[in-house]
Design a protein around this ligand. Sequence first.
Ligand code: ADP
Ligand code: MG
Length: 462
Amino acid sequence: MDKSNTTHDLPEASKRFTSALKKEVNADTYERWFQHLEVAALDDAAVTFRVPGQIHQLWIESNFLGLLRSTGLLAFGGERTVRFIFADEAAPLEVPAQPPAKKPVAIEPDAEAESTPNHATSGMNPRNTFDSFVVGANNQYARAACKAVGDQPGKTYNPLFLYGGVGLGKTHLMQAIGHHIYAKKKGAKVFYVTSEKFTNDFIDALQSNTIVKFRKRYRQADVLLIDDIQFLSGRERSQEEFFHTFNTLFDGHKQIVLSSDRPPAELDGLEARLVSRFDWGLTAELQPPDTETRVAILRKKSQSLEIHLDADILNYLADRVRTNVRRLEGALTRVASYASLSGQQPTVEKIEHLLKDILQEEARRSVTIEQIQKRVAEHYDVRIADMTSKRRPANIAYPRQVAMYLARELTKTSLSEIGEAFGGRDHGTVLHAHRLVKERIRAEEKTRQTVSFLEAQLHRGG
Ligand code: ADP
Ligand code: MG
């Protein structure tokens, strides 16, 4: 197989690729999404596909990216960065001197998303800017903190610690800081990295005896953005290394921004001396967006996709997908793709069909304590009021404990909030209930069955 940079026969490569792809997808899917796909450029590092337009790109990105990579591996040998261009665009020069600016959007292969400080904003998504971030009550504070840090890195809040659930904009805001700083000061060494990548780089450096280079690379950053710090948990040597990186940067008044899925105090498996440093600057939480913010996010996103969806549809989506902005965007993309290809605004039935898995996933995640209390009370035939009452006969106390157990397992609520919802009990009571029910599940088959039955019902929204 020819692997040199310049002599790829593109029609031949397209043919090889599409015939491999045809074996992987059904005829309908192929016809709808891939019949116009061509290989527009190919070298050892990247493959650029030409697709009819942005909708095709988005749909393929969100549904078939893994497939393109694996098929590419088969057809061309070797993993490549996947890029897209649209039908009316010229192919990029092979081996571009400059990384392409806006389009084509590059998606790095996960394993090797490069982020070296010599290329200051690499590894960051160019779309994650302050401009594209919708502000609502849920993220106002975090956004303001990030803006302040972006305006005066190393001077206001150091470190800045962002935390919150999945898909709520931590990575977006963090990278917005990076882009903002880089835009104001070209040449600033903005270094974005996930804590996993940090760990992997560290292990590589140990193995290849390049630890000096590794240290220099990380410690010369002007701004270090380190994402999903919870993954350092239990990795002692990486933590040790990060501790020294942190100290060097901090002492040099370089900005450090960290993100995590939980607040510093709840980071189990991380050394105390490290965690205590996370509190030195400012800690900001991102919460799930309220309805207005969700609608605003959908509007902004459909504008940027240049797509029109009826207000009813946007409201419907905002109502059904509540806990995760990434999922909300995914839902919008699917509905928008459908609307654009069919030339119709989809009906509610159609949307439910298109979003079946997303809606299921969403329902699974958003069980409320109230629903749990109601369902458990029904099941054991006690009154809902007994869930919150102070009465303690065993026929009431036990169902209440099961409900507390489920609240802890199925919701993201803290122990003390759960206690509060069960008639102002303290967190110790909830912990006790949780242990007791867990023990009974382990010991008694019947309890295990009952509890998993209740769980399944709640997940289905019943
Ligand atoms: P996290 O890192 O918290 O898991 P991300 O930053 O990756 O979440 O956000 C998930 C997706 O939702 C991204 O595409 C991001 O651009 C988008 N997003 C999240 N919050 C907002 C917001 N307030 N405005 C616009 N887009 C948002
Ligand atoms: Mg993230």
